[in-house]
Design a protein around this ligand. Structure first.
Ligand SMILES: [Zn+2]
Length: 412
């Protein structure tokens, strides 16, 4: 009898505490925010009112946005769209189905690769293996600790002294899984590929990778809620996390970031309030030779550069535009994947306190870019694992072109 009670208790502990958020029949709508009235009304959903939430909160008019709607709110939202004449389109008819089909049917329980998505533990175990395999080329950095006490890690590939540094930051937004997969794919290429262009990239530059910036958020997307974006530090009784890519100390919270702690784009109570971002900025400052800074995000197929906080052009705007265009061409060659390029503020929306703006604006790094990977909303953040390799291949093509053009323009 006792044993049965223990067994039942145990079953409850497992079931009751590992319950994952489900999105059965939830729709994702793509909408256009065209006027102030629409914007003001839609803003009410910034905190996830009635189960309706934004994938990214619109920060003004003339913006596209995506909104998640649970089945019991379909009628209400349709009425709202109609009343306010909000242009809308259903992008995903059943979000849970997309989530269920993200990983392949047969998951490898151990090891590492690019045919499925792996959690933080597997990524870190793989980094440890690499460090053992390539002790003369790789350097490990444990550069800090997250709010939930996870180690923040980076790894550097360096074949010789005096190389310019290229810094790749990935998975600052937790649910953008394809970013860590692409970062680790490229790291692996730099170590193992025999392609002459890749060898040249590996030999002549120091590559620093932070495969997962937002470690707590990333762990949470695996354990509790696939759609989680922010950090995991509570800021009020009800609202957890800040948007780490609005938390940098450069024009913090000025525009294109929310002051509402429940919003997906909450900038945090002050710059660097998130321990992961404070640690990352301190870590970046230890390098004195970063010539190119790259931030990996998904989705939308964009290649963006500063500024985000203003529509004013950055001093070397035309050079960054030229590099971005060459990169875009290279990405498109393999599978015709179409990227849009330009400054953050005029290409998507005003957004202040992002990593690439901070690096560009305060660290004397003349080139900084954000990639928003595949796709354009069909799967959104839940890109099926069988697209990891195609995405990685076209991005490696793009990175080759980016470095080549930066070199031609004498930045490298
Ligand atoms: Zn992102």
């Amino acid at each position: 009898m006792k044993l049965i009670i223990v067994a039942i208790l145990f079953a409850c502990v497992v079931a009751c505490f590992s319950e994952k958020a489900r999105y059965d029949n939830y729709r994702v709508y793509s909408i256009e925010v065209e006027n102030e009235q629409q914007f003001e009304v839609l803003k009410r959903f910034e905190s996830g009112l009635d189960g309706i939430s934004f994938l990214e909160t619109p920060t003004g008019i003339q913006q596209k946005a995506e909104i998640i709607v649970p089945p019991h709110k379909f009628a209400d939202i349709s009425e709202l769209f109609e009343t306010l004449k909000i242009k809308n389109q259903i992008k995903i008819a059943n979000l849970q189905k997309v989530i269920d089909q993200e990983q392949p049917q047969h998951l490898e329980r151990s090891g590492f690769g690019w045919k499925q998505y792996y959690d933080l533990t597997a990524i870190y175990a793989w980094l440890d293996e690499l460090l053992e395999q390539y002790p003369n080329v790789l350097t490990n950095y444990n550069y800090g600790t997250s709010y939930e006490n996870r180690t923040l890690r980076a790894i550097k590939v360096s074949h010789k002294k005096g190389n310019p540094t290229i810094f790749i930051e990935s998975t600052i937004h937790a649910r953008e899984w394809v970013t860590q997969a692409t970062a680790t794919y490229f790291l692996n290429e730099l170590l193992t590929s025999s392609d002459a262009e890749i060898r040249q990239l590996a030999d002549n530059y120091d590559w620093v990778f932070v495969p997962v910036v937002n470690v707590d958020g990333y762990a949470y997307t695996h354990s509790n809620d696939r759609m989680w974006r922010k950090t995991r530090q509570p800021h009020t009784d009800n609202c957890i996390g800040a948007d780490p890519n609005r938390n940098f100390d450069f024009h913090h919270a000025e525009v294109g970031a929310s002051t509402n702690p429940c919003a997906e784009t909450y900038a945090g109570p002050k710059p660097l309030s998130e321990p992961e971002i404070l640690a990352l900025t301190e870590f970046i400052k230890t390098f004195d030779n970063i010539k190119l800074y790259i931030s990996f995000h998904s989705y939308s197929q964009l290649l963006l550069f500063p500024y985000g906080h203003t529509r004013r052009q950055a001093p070397n705007h035309s050079d960054m535009m030229q590099i971005a265009r060459k990169t875009r061409e290279a990405i498109a060659k393999r599978y015709k994947t179409d990227y849009t390029v330009g400054p953050i503020a005029t290409t998507i929306y005003l957004a202040s306190g992002s990593s690439i703006d901070w690096v560009y604006g305060t660290q004397d790094v003349k080139l900084s870019f954000t990639f928003e990977f595949r796709d354009k909303g069909r799967h959104g953040f839940i890109l099926p694992a069988d697209q990891i390799i195609p995405n990685s291949l076209e991005i490696v093509d793009g990175l080759k072109a980016m470095v080549e053009e930066a070199k031609a323009l004498k930045y490298l």
